[in-house]
Design a protein around this ligand. Structure first.
Ligand code: GTP
Ligand code: MG
Length: 379
């Protein structure tokens, strides 16, 4: 009789223990999950950082992605030449230059062998070579062409197979929201990449809950680039501003723009950061500011005075037009006017260099996980 009542009891006990263990394991797993958001305007380098994480912590890129990259990279090159041709149209006009300037769509539709011929021919043009010597810092020249141009001989062949580095330099605008998940020390990191174009930003707010860290990416080299301002009727930021109930207006430090209605891209980035930083949903998140594209900034500063675009820089303590000094000024633009309790950890990076991203990500994780809350200064 005793045995009959004892067995179900032991079964029940075992079951309870199993459930307890399961709940504990689930709690543990939940505790270790960390949500990180990559934010920033278009072309700042968010997806490049995701690609580096995939190389570092996942399996890199699969066969389909690599094959797709062949077409994307060639289009990157064609698009870049289209911009270049438009810039130098006033000089040595040739039929091929006109083709790039006005009809680059036709080249994309060509059979592969013809497309490769066009790319190879344009590469030989003296004016294109001179262009890179004289106009390399022109705001309309995409950053990726400085990597692809010296590699054209390898790329413009029928059996071209992109390397990891090619994929990292490839430019593909992000549409929608993408997530990768990977293990890092004792944590599982969910890294969310969003599109930075204005029309994409209205989607961001749906991902603001439970964010451990926001990684805001800014392209420092965008200081000489502008975008057209949106018509007043299209207030893309409205949903973000409504949440915080205030619109941030920045007066000092702004760039000079040639025409009214144009917005400097660095100013755009700073203003966007401020509206995100003040957002109520993200009040308790850690903020990491990635001041990106140090290499492109260095190239530009060798030829352009930063103070010609941001006149307030001329009054900066050390205004020697060097990368550290300009980066410090840019960082101060991001910090200006923010509540002192709103800590920001900033890092200078070159997102195209795998080891650089790996190192900086490690520093960020140290802060996030070990609560090493000493103010991190620029490195
Ligand atoms: N030279 C150089 N190029 C960079 C660096 N970081 C990013 N790039 C290039 O800049 C381009 C834009 O980078 P993405 O990562 O696609 O930019 P994004 O912020 O994801 O842009 P959206 O998806 O439009 O929001 C790519 O061609 C990258 O290879 C850098 O530090 N140096
Ligand atoms: Mg992207």
């Amino acid at each position: 009789m005793g045995l009959v009542t004892c067995k179900p009891l032991r079964d029940a006990e075992r079951q309870t223990r199993q459930i307890d263990t399961q709940i504990r394991a689930e709690n543990q797993a939940n505790k270790r999950k960390v949500k990180m958001l990559l934010l920033g305007i278009s072309d700042s380098g968010k997806s490049t950082i995701v690609k580096q994480m995939r190389v570092n912590y996942l399996d890199g890129f699969n066969e389909t992605e690599v094959v797709n990259a062949i077409f994307v990279i060639r289009n990157n090159i064609i698009d870049a030449f289209k911009n270049i041709a438009n810039i130098i149209l006033h000089s040595d006009i040739t039929v091929l230059l006109k083709l790039f300037a006005h009809d680059s769509g036709k080249i994309e539709m060509m059979q592969e062998v013809d497309e490769l011929k066009v790319i190879n021919t344009i590469r030989e043009f003296k004016c294109i070579q001179v262009f890179f010597e004289r106009f390399a810092t022109h705001p309309m020249v995409p950053d990726s062409i400085h990597y692809f141009f010296p590699n054209l001989e390898r790329i413009a062949v029928a059996n071209y197979y992109p390397t990891n580095e090619d994929l990292i330099h490839m430019r593909q605008t992000t549409l929608g929201v993408h997530e990768i998940s990977f293990d890092y020390t004792k944590h599982t990191i969910r890294l969310i990449d969003v599109g930075g174009q204005k029309t994409e930003r209205r989607k961001w707010i749906h991902f603001f809950e439970g964010v451990t860290a926001v990684m805001f990416v800014c392209s420092m080299s965008s200081f000489n680039q502008t975008t057209e301002e949106e018509p007043k009727s299209f207030v893309w930021e409205s949903s973000l501003n409504r949440v915080q109930n205030k619109v941030l207006v920045r007066s000092s430090g702004k760039a000079k723009v040639e025409k009214p209605g144009m917005v400097n891209r660095l100013d755009e980035s700073v203003d966007l950061f401020k509206s995100i930083r003040e957002n109520g949903f993200l009040r308790n998140s850690n903020f990491m500011l990635f001041l990106n594209k140090t290499d492109v900034l260095a190239r530009k500063l060798a030829a352009i005075n930063f103070g010609d675009y941001f006149p307030d820089y001329k009054n900066w303590v050390n205004n020697d037009n060097s990368v550290p000094s300009v980066a410090e000024f840019i960082e101060s633009m991001f910090r200006e006017g923010l509540d002192s309790e709103h800590r920001i950890y900033s890092h200078l990076i070159q997102a195209t260099v795998t080891s650089n991203v790996e190192f900086t990500f490690g520093l960020c994780c140290d802060v996030i996980f070990e609560k090493n809350l000493d103010e991190t200064s620029l490195e």
